[in-house]
Ligand binder design. Structure first.
Ligand SMILES: [Zn+2]
Length: 129
């Protein structure tokens, strides 16, 4: 890192996402962040769930009968879990390692995460140089 860090954002030329669900600035390094995923299911996912359920029912109706309809809940549940996992993976800042979800719970472990992030960055820089 350069000495005498500027007060501007850490990274100014960030990758532009096409349809971010949320745009914000990292509270730690002030880099613009975009979130692609929301922790809630959108219309597109509900359509996918409906289609998958319909497909599973067509496939399994001969075996399971109307019980196959319950598979819909299974599909729905796994989608709910899926979007949450994707969202959580996206939360930490790729530029400084700041994780807002950890910060809300526990400031100390959030600080540790950022420290670890910079340690890793340094190690990677040493390996590649
Ligand atoms: Zn950041």
């Amino acid at each position: 890192m350069k000495s005498g860090m500027s007060l501007g954002p850490l990274v100014t030329r960030v990758y532009r996402y096409k349809n971010p669900s949320k745009l914000f600035y990292c509270p730690l390094c002030r880099t613009e962040r975009a979130m692609l995923y929301s922790p809630r299911l959108g219309q597109r996912q509900y359509i996918q769930i409906a289609i998958s359920t319909l497909f599973l029912n067509l496939l399994l109706y001969p075996v399971m009968g109307f019980r196959a309809l319950f598979l819909g809940f299974l599909v729905w549940g796994s989608y709910e879990m899926g979007v949450r996992v994707l969202f959580k993976r996206e939360v930490p800042c790729p530029h400084c390692g700041f994780d807002a979800t950890t910060y809300k719970r526990d400031v100390k472990s959030s600080r540790k995460e950022v420290e670890l992030f910079w340690q890793n960055q340094q190690e990677q820089a040493e390996v590649s140089s």
